[in-house]
Design a protein around this ligand. Structure first.
Ligand code: NDP
Length: 337
């Protein structure tokens, strides 16, 4: 049983050296337990936070401990009611080949789910995040302008497509031409701006002639700086993530922009609200799941995955995710279906 443990805490950008691969025997199934074989491991931006011991909404991974993560697995053997050999399950079982579980936080997906890995993306945490953050905090209305960055990732792509279903003008922000073309041609966004282009601010302004009513914040940094002056009176900003600053080791260079932010929030009566998906909305998963299954069935939501082979590659893939090297929901194929 291969297991990735956290070997050291990164300063700034993490490196594969922050992890260590350990080997142990495959656990034996005991009473009240189920033995799982990992098939798909999810890699997500929040993992950078778990590598750090800075205060957060969830405790850090301890040094020498198994790296945390959501995974879709198959039941190898079960001595736990409700699970039988061959079942697919979604669990929070971490970066390893095999896991022994007592059923806590384990969801049985049945013997033949249509797309098992979707439970890590569009039907799981990122899709749910997009749905609740946009609808409950963003309060989108037809005809308004919605801007979302990390526009081709599982959260951003879903936010923008829901925005289109609801009749908004949707402007994405993404890294590079290919991602921007995908956002407009495949996802149906009205425009998508490359945050790496030299005249990014001017392009964003041109794409939002009526200003911005909802900014779904995934990245922070210079994207937020460009968005701030374009926000309309009464704009809503669901504060979902700040991936551009997860590797930061110090505050950005001056001038201090906090007074500008405060002044804008006040004068334009802007609502900005952070949320942590399962803490705040766990009780509404059923509502999301029913609606998203329907949209997928009707072909109204597209979903792109980037599936990479090999548990051994997980550390390098996570480092890349934080720099935009993924194109779609990043999933590691750990074992055969
Ligand atoms: P993605 O798969 O979209 O990966 C992150 C993306 O962020 C990268 O692909 C890259 O896309 C973009 N990015 C990285 N650095 C920068 C930068 N400096 N400037 C602009 N963009 C950058 O991730 P997810 O869809 O899974 O997550 C999106 C956000 O949602 C994250 O911030 C995550 O932490 C947050 N989140 C929050 C939750 C909550 O409960 N609050 C739950 C789930 C996710 P590109 O190449 O296009 O720039």
């Amino acid at each position: 049983n291969r297991q990735w443990v956290l070997a050291s805490r990164p300063h700034g950008e993490p490196s594969p050296d922050n992890f260590r691969l350990e080997q142990s025997a495959i656990p034996e199934v005991t009473d009240g337990k189920v033995l799982l074989r990992t098939v798909y491991l999810s890699l997500d931006p929040y993992m950078r936070g778990r590598m750090s011991d800075a205060p957060s909404y969830a405790p850090p991974v301890a040094l020498g401990e198994l790296m945390v993560g959501g995974a879709v697995s198959r039941v190898v053997a079960s001595k736990l009611d409700g699970f039988k050999e061959g079942d697919w399950v979604l669990g929070y079982t971490g970066w390893q080949d095999y896991a022994l579980s007592d059923g806590a936080m384990l969801t049985n997906l049945g013997q033949q789910p249509g797309h098992p890995s979707y439970a890590l993306g569009i039907m799981g945490m990122p899709g749910f995040t997009a749905y609740m953050g946009l609808l409950d905090i963003g309060k989108p209305k037809a005809g308004e302008t919605l801007v979302v960055a990390a526009a081709t990732g599982p959260v951003g792509a879903t936010v923008g497509q829901i925005g289109k279903i609801l009749g908004l003008r949707v402007v994405g922000v993404a890294g590079g031409e290919d991602k921007c073309r995908y956002a407009t041609e495949q996802l149906g966004f009205d425009a998508c701006i490359d945050h790496r282009s030299a005249d990014f601010e001017a392009q964003l302004q041109a794409a939002c002639p009526a200003g911005i009513d909802v900014y779904f914040e995934n990245v922070g940094g210079k994207v937020f700086d460009a968005v701030l002056p374009l926000l309309n009176t009464g704009a809503r900003v669901p504060l979902c993530g700040l991936v551009a600053q997860y590797n930061a080791t110090s505050l950005p260079a001056g001038p201090d922009r906090l007074p500008l932010l405060m002044g804008t929030l006040l004068k334009k009566r802007i609502t900005m609200q952070g949320f942590i998906i399962f803490d705040d909305y766990g009780h509404r998963y059923g509502e999301f799941s029913a609606q998203m299954s329907q949209w997928l069935k009707e072909g109204r939501i597209q979903y792109r995955e980037e599936v990479k082979d090999g548990l051994e590659n997980a550390p390098a893939l996570l480092v890349g995710l934080l720099k935009g090297e993924n194109f779609g929901k990043l999933v590691v194929r750990v074992g055969d279906e």
